[in-house]
Ligand binder design. Structure first.
Ligand code: ZN
Length: 319
């Protein structure tokens, strides 16, 4: 689907309830730049093959692969797409570190994460199920690509447009959005979405207070004129400023609900079961539910609205 002059959206399938990730192919005089890649499993390869046929190019025409962030649905096929031309995939330094840690040194990270969820009150059998889902994700991120650091703030010429890579942390540790000021056009990755709210999660080695970073990112994005945003999931966004306001409001309400759920004392997992229908969630969804709960708990604790204590698990209570 063409979404702007020389910019095509390619919808890649996902083996999660989210179903689809939007990747973008930007046509240039001497080839193509790809932004985000999909998760690597056979239906993803088939979708790329169909896109190559429809857009009349091949992997040999790919000049550059750029990632908004290193989550598996954006990073997973980077190595596969890069291999024909032996390209080095561009991503922000902290995203590269995340990819090393989570995809390359996976088992260590999976041990740390499983223990982290147990410390936050998750029953051992569920924490183990989460480990299995992490291993599954990692299996869909190979082959490992060569990587090149793309510093936030860098200017990129893609075709006749100039984009600035803008740090938009919160959804991931150093997520990048690509902004073309001349056209008020932004490839916003997973930082602004319409059908769903972008996941903002606290992971053991990620941002300490990711929700604070995410809200700061929304404020910063509010200073930019954006006529059209091309997101990582769901429909194109033409009401960008309004959507920023809705996302802020969502978190205000979620913070209040989580603050109320903490009461006299609760673990993050106990709070998670109040906020989310945990018994109906897949391990993959449960992992995001607990990590999203933790992001809000951390924000509330940093803001002095609740406090942490140990008894012997990590717990939270109202101030
Ligand atoms: Zn993401």
């Amino acid at each position: 689907m063409q979404v702007a002059a020389d910019i095509f959206q390619i919808q890649l399938p996902l083996p999660f309830p989210l179903k689809i990730v939007n990747c973008y192919a930007l046509r240039e005089d001497n080839g193509w730049t790809i932004i985000d890649t999909g998760i690597h499993y056979p239906p993803g390869e088939a979708a790329w093959q169909a896109a190559f046929t429809a857009l009349e190019f091949t992997p040999a025409d790919i000049q550059r692969i750029i990632l908004t962030h290193a989550h598996p649905d954006h990073f997973g096929m980077a190595g596969w797409l890069a291999q024909t031309n032996r390209l080095s995939v561009l991503l922000a330094p902290e995203e590269e570190r995340f990819a090393q840690q989570v995809w390359y040194h996976g088992p260590d990270n999976e041990d740390v994460s499983t223990e982290f969820f147990r410390l936050h009150g998750m029953p051992a059998d569920l924490a183990e199920a989460l480990r299995v889902s992490m291993v599954e994700n990692r299996s869909m991120t190979t082959p490992w690509p060569a990587t090149t650091i793309l510093q936030p703030g860098s200017m990129l010429t893609i075709g006749r447009r100039t984009f600035q890579a803008i740090a938009t942390p919160g959804h991931s540790v150093q997520h990048l959005a690509f902004y073309c000021a001349d056209e008020q056009l932004m490839l916003c990755g997973d930082t602004v979405l319409t059908k769903i709210t972008p996941n903002v999660s606290r992971w053991p080695d990620g941002l300490r207070n990711p929700l604070a970073d995410f809200l700061t990112t929304l404020d910063m994005l509010g200073t930019l004129e954006v006529k059209l945003a091309l997101p990582g999931h769901g429909p194109l966004i033409s009401n960008f400023a309004q959507r920023l306001g809705e996302l802020r409001q969502h978190h205000v309400e979620r913070l209040a609900a989580i603050e109320a759920a903490v009461g006299e004392g609760a673990s993050a997992f106990e709070v998670c079961t109040v906020i989310f229908p945990t018994s109906t969630l897949s391990p993959h969804q449960l992992r995001f539910a607990i990590a999203e709960t933790l992001a809000h708990l951390e924000y509330l604790a940093e803001a002095g609205r609740i406090e942490r204590f140990e008894q012997p698990k990590l717990m939270y209570r109202s101030q």
